[in-house]
Ligand binder design. Structure first.
Ligand code: BDP
Length: 667
């Protein structure tokens, strides 16, 4: 345990099966040293032995972890094979990262990996970029604080304007890298996509601070990336322009990038939010986003770096009286015409939904519309719109639905397949909180990012099982079966529970403006941000059809364009995202929209009460500090759920005048 923090997954006891065995490690390199360190630490604790290379060739081993010559096509630089025969478990890898991931695979399997025979299995990641973006500010921002949309205390990397540099702090960063490597993450962006003035300097005179972070993460195979300001040549370089086609600007980026690589030879690349929510971008110079991205790609290319260019571009100063504007359309309208124009080391990073990380959104049509562009799918582990780590909200099922979605219909590729070129990127939910994620149960979301990036078609329930085993170590407690089923009871359906007591049927954004916590019935209704529900006395929802609405449904390929176009075929959970319907509209469930709103809001609160009861019953089976923290959060969740229920139900009752068919109390 570093600096008194909760070890999250990987508490020492999960290393017992490994640490009590005899292990041979063959191969050289810094990550092989890391693997050795892990095994040696486990053996010191549990009595086993570990040797490097063939110092004792004839000795019998239970486990061999070996780096060797292998056909690179078989499992790539990050994959590994595992097999067990004649009492020896053997993990082989072609690359050092593969060996590291093989080690954590062994840890995940526990005792089972040392039992019986195991036919050779090859494991390799489906996506080669598995990344976390930290929206961390170096200096405390007057509105957003140290971490924008952060609900886990301060930043792991920065504090009050400076990089954290004490031994304990860097040890915590190393520990974070270890946790992430154990879930399969291999890249981190260390600063906010909104690059303020202090943060802009990380690229140049403050690159040494980034290098120190990179040093702490490197032993666990994690590359460091940096968010940069598109205006850097002006702001930092004193040039009169940041025009991406200007020679002096291109030279400036080339030089700056050279200095970055001199400081961090394995630097991952740049992350850019341009022409979005006030950030500078190529539109200022009449250039396209492909021009902007390609300029940075060219600067990074000599070093093997990548630019992640975000597709989150929209007008946040819309005229709310103009019903033809539609924020959902923006990313596609801006980017789909640019398909094929991005350079080979430019990745377009697209939020999984068309708007902004709401509790329920359809998949962004951009993901299926750009076959000649490397696409990274961006998800949000930090629970900005899903309870801010005060509410339990296990997001594995939401992400899994998005990753399994097939934009061209059943015969086409899934979103997970389409992300192969660019990867899966999540906005991190971790901070300097002793439990890493504020709510201890939100750790499951962090873990799931890595596992779903490794296998986008993984069953989220199986991912949750892994996290439970690695975190709560059931073998150490009296009644593991009860603990497992209790944790599933509180987590499995928690996203749908949250959905029930918050904004209904995909309408989104009925949240407090600014901080986005708690209900606000009309907070965004007359706002330039372009996020409306259009509720009036007759009905609710946003008409995004081609026939009568904004035409957004036309951005989807045929099967989905047709499904979403009509309220008759549109899935219930997205009805109000795509359509404006009367309160009496009958859903596929057989219920009217208004009755659905009432019922789900009452049910959602009851489900939170049930969850709280189950959690209370697990007190004897969970570490007391961890249990107490989640218990305290449950109180707030219940308060919040009741508040949502009462505001939303009252609002719709007053708008519609339709009483609850079951006669419950609505004001
Ligand atoms: C929104 C957040 C905002 C971020 C923005 C983004 O409210 O803080 O800066 O996304 O993704 O969800 O850039």
């Amino acid at each position: 345990m570093a600096s008194g923090v909760d070890p999250a997954w990987l508490p020492p006891a999960v290393f017992r099966p490994l640490g009590s065995r005899r292990t041979l490690i063959a191969g050289t390199g810094p990550l092989v040293d890391t693997v050795h360190g892990e095994v040696a630490g486990a053996c010191a604790r549990f009595g086993g032995r570990v040797v490097r290379d063939a110092q004792e060739p004839g000795a019998p081993y239970d486990l061999v972890l070996e780096l060797g010559e292998h056909d690179p096509n078989e499992f790539g630089a990050e994959g590994f094979a595992v097999e067990r025969a004649d009492g020896v478990t053997r993990v082989t890898a072609a690359g050092q990262r593969g060996l590291l991931y093989g080690l954590f695979h062994v840890v995940r399997l526990g005792e089972a990996v040392f039992q019986g025979e195991l036919a050779r299995e090859v494991h390799s990641p489906a996506l080669s970029l598995r990344m976390l973006d930290h929206w961390d500010n170096v200096a405390v921002h007057p509105v957003m604080g140290q971490v924008e949309r952060g609900y886990s205390g301060g930043s792991l990397f920065w504090q009050d304007g400076r990089a954290r540099g004490s031994r304990a702090e860097l040890e915590r960063v190393r520990c974070y890298g270890r946790l992430l490597a154990a879930s399969g993450i291999n890249a981190i962006a260390v600063n906010n996509v909104n690059v303020h003035e202090t943060e802009a300097h990380l690229l140049t005179d403050r690159i040494g601070e980034v290098a120190a972070i990179a040093d702490a993460l490197r032993p666990y195979g994690i590359r460091t990336h940096l968010s940069v300001s598109f205006a850097a040549p002006v702001v930092l370089g004193g040039l009169p322009t940041a025009d991406p086609l200007d020679e002096a600007v291109r030279d400036w980026w080339a030089e700056a990038t050279g200095r970055v690589y001199a400081a961090i030879p394995d630097f991952g690349g740049y992350l850019v939010k341009a022409d979005s929510e006030g950030q500078p971008g190529p539109f200022t110079y009449g250039r396209s986003h492909a021009d902007g991205a390609n300029m940075l790609a060219a600067a990074l290319a000599p070093y093997g770096g990548t630019v992640h260019w975000r597709a989150f571009v929209y007008d946040h100063r819309q005229d709310w009286r103009d019903r033809s504007t539609d924020r959902a359309r923006a990313a596609y309208d801006h980017f789909a015409p640019l398909d094929g124009e991005f350079g080979p080391n430019a990745v377009l990073q697209v939020k999984h939904g068309p708007i902004d990380f709401q509790t329920r959104e359809p998949v962004s049509p951009v993901i299926g519309a750009m076959p000649n562009t490397r696409i990274a799918v961006e998800i949000q582990a930090t629970q900005e719109y899903t309870g801010q780590q005060r509410h339990v909200c296990w997001l594995g099922p939401m992400w899994s639905e998005a990753l399994r979605f097939r934009p061209e219909g059943a015969d086409g590729p899934s979103v997970g397949d389409l992300a192969r070129g660019g990867g899966l990127v999540a906005v991190s939910n971790a901070g300097d909180d002793p439990f890493w994620t504020g709510h201890p149960l939100a750790q499951a979301n962090l873990y799931a990012v890595g596992r779903l990036a490794w296998r986008p078609d993984a069953d989220p329930r199986a991912v949750l099982d892994e996290w439970i085993e690695l975190t709560f170590v059931p073998e150490e407690i009296p009644d593991p079966a009860r603990l497992r089923s209790g944790l599933h009871a509180v987590l499995d359906g928690s996203w749908r529970t949250y959905e029930k007591y918050t904004a209904p049927l995909g309408v989104g954004f009925m949240v407090q403006p600014g901080h986005h916590y708690g209900p606000s019935v009309d907070g965004y209704e007359y706002s330039p941000w372009g996020t409306y529900h259009f509720a009036d006395r007759d009905g609710i929802g946003v008409d995004r059809s081609q026939a009568t609405g904004t035409g957004f449904t036309g951005q989807y390929a045929k099967p989905w364009a047709e499904v979403y176009e009509s309220p008759e075929t549109c899935p219930d959970e997205l009805l109000l995202f795509f359509h404006h319907v009367p309160y009496g509209h009958v859903l596929h469930s057989g219920e009217t929209v208004i009755q659905h709103i009432y019922d789900t809001h009452f049910d959602g609160v009851e489900e939170v009460e049930d969850g709280r009861r189950v959690w209370a019953g697990l007190a004897a089976l969970v570490d007391p500090a961890r249990h107490a923290r989640a218990t305290e959060r449950y109180e707030e969740q219940l308060r919040g759920a009741r508040e949502w229920r009462d505001h939303i139900n009252t609002y719709f009752f007053r708008k519609s005048g339709v009483p609850d068919a079951r006669g419950r109390r609505i004001h």
